[in-house]
Unconditional design. Sequence first.
Length: 93
Amino acid sequence: MSDPAIPQSVEEAEKLGLKRASAEEIATRRGTDFPMDLLGNTHRRNRDPRIVDCAGDDTNGKPCQIGACINGVRLIYYCRGHVCDDLAYAQEC
């Protein structure tokens, strides 16, 4: 499957029918989706241009991390306030 576009807001993810990931799914994938060696690049110069840094203004509900594709599903994380690790939607990949 080709790499689908990243919904640029929670509202867009919901319109596309993506399901919100449960706390258990997020906890299970945390080590894979937020590996320590990549965290330094997540919100700095090498940041993926499709995601935002939740510390900025007007970032609530915008994508802040694209998880790894595991068994045909990846989690796309969205800012909730200034936090990036507890709101995610599952997308086929």
